[in-house]
Design a protein. Structure first.
Length: 259
C-alpha cells in the first residue's frame, strides 16, 4: 500500500469515515469513493459483483413521513436495495403488511435474476388480496430490475465532465456519459487478474481519450467487487494508483476487523 504518497487529507477524511459506527458497508464505500473523486478531480466508480447468483432473503416495507413508504429487500450476500413510493390514500397499513407477507412467502429464496418474472406470475394472487396491488407490485419490481443489473455507482461526474477534453466537445461528452453506464467495459478492463489494472486509452474507438484505473475490492463474506477511477489519458497515474491502493487496502482491513 503506497501510504506515503497519498495525500494526508485523504487519509484523515477516510479515517473519519471508518471511525464512525453503525454505518452500512454501502455507506462506507460510497463516502470513500466520494473522497476519491474529490481528491483526484476525476470520477470514481464502484462496481459490485454480478447479482445473478444471489438470492432474495427478505422483503419489508417501512412507512416514512407523510403518505410515503420504502420497499426494501435484502440478498443472501447482504446487499440491500430500496424503492420509495407513494401510498394510495385508501391503502391501509394492514394492506401493506399483508402484501409483504405474501411476497415473502412466495419469493424468499428466489434467485435475483428470476424475481421479476416470478412477481409477474403471482400478480393475480396479489390482486386478490390487495385492491391497490399495482403500487406494491411496481415498487418491488422496479427495485428488482435495478438490482438485477450490474451494480455500478458513479461519483464525481461533475469533476470529470469539467475536464477540457470533454467539456469542449459535445460528442466526446455523450460518449463519456454512455461509458459511465456500461459496467461490462469496466469488468473487461480488470479481467487480467491483477489487483490494480491500468487501461490507457484504447477502451474503445469512442473512448481513445479516456483511461481507466481499477482496483479489486475484497470484503469478507461477499463476492469480489471493484473500485475504479476514470479520467483523461493525461491523468496523474501515480497519484491515482496510490489513492486507489490506499483506499481499497484500508477498506479491506476495516471490514476484516469488523467481521
Amino acid at each position: 500500500m503506497r501510504s506515503r504518497s497519498v495525500d494526508e487529507q485523504i487519509k484523515q477524511q477516510l479515517q473519519l469515515i471508518l471511525d464512525k459506527k453503525t454505518q452500512s458497508i454501502e455507506d462506507i464505500i460510497r463516502q470513500s469513493c466520494e473522497i476519491l473523486a474529490h481528491m483526484t478531480n476525476l470520477a470514481s466508480i464502484v462496481l459490485g459483483p454480478n447479482a445473478k447468483d444471489e438470492r432474495l432473503v427478505s422483503l419489508s416495507i417501512v412507512p416514512i413521513a407523510g403518505n410515503s413508504a420504502t420497499a426494501i429487500f435484502v440478498t443472501d450476500q447482504g446487499y440491500v436495495e430500496n424503492k420509495t413510493f407513494v401510498i394510495p390514500a385508501d391503502m391501509s397499513m394492514n394492506d401493506l403488511q399483508t402484501s409483504v407477507k405474501l411476497l415473502n412467502e412466495r419469493l424468499t429464496g428466489t434467485p435475483i435474476s428470476e424475481l421479476v418474472p416470478k412477481m409477474e406470475a403471482i400478480r393475480p394472487i396479489l390482486q386478490d388480496y390487495i385492491a391497490e396491488h399495482d403500487v406494491i407490485y411496481q415498487a418491488f419490481a422496479q427495485a428488482f430490475l435495478h438490482f438485477a443489473n450490474d451494480r455500478l455507482r458513479t461519483y464525481g461526474q461533475d469533476e470529470l465532465f469539467s475536464q477540457p477534453e470533454f467539456s469542449n466537445d459535445a460528442q466526446k461528452l455523450r460518449h463519456l456519459i454512455s461509458l459511465l453506464d456500461s459496467p461490462e467495459i469496466f469488468r473487461d478492463v480488470s479481467q487480467d487478474g491483477e489487483n490494480i489494472t491500468i487501461k490507457i486509452g484504447g477502451v474503445g474507438e469512442e473512448y481513445n481519450d479516456v483511461s481507466i484505473v481499477t482496483s479489486k475490492l475484497t470484503i469478507p463474506g461477499r463476492p469480489e467487487g471493484q473500485i475504479a477511477v476514470i479520467g483523461p489519458t493525461r491523468m496523474d497515474y501515480d497519484r491515482v494508483v496510490s489513492a486507489l491502493e490506499y483506499i481499497a487496502g484500508m477498506l479491506e482491513e476495516h471490514f476484516k476487523k469488523e467481521r
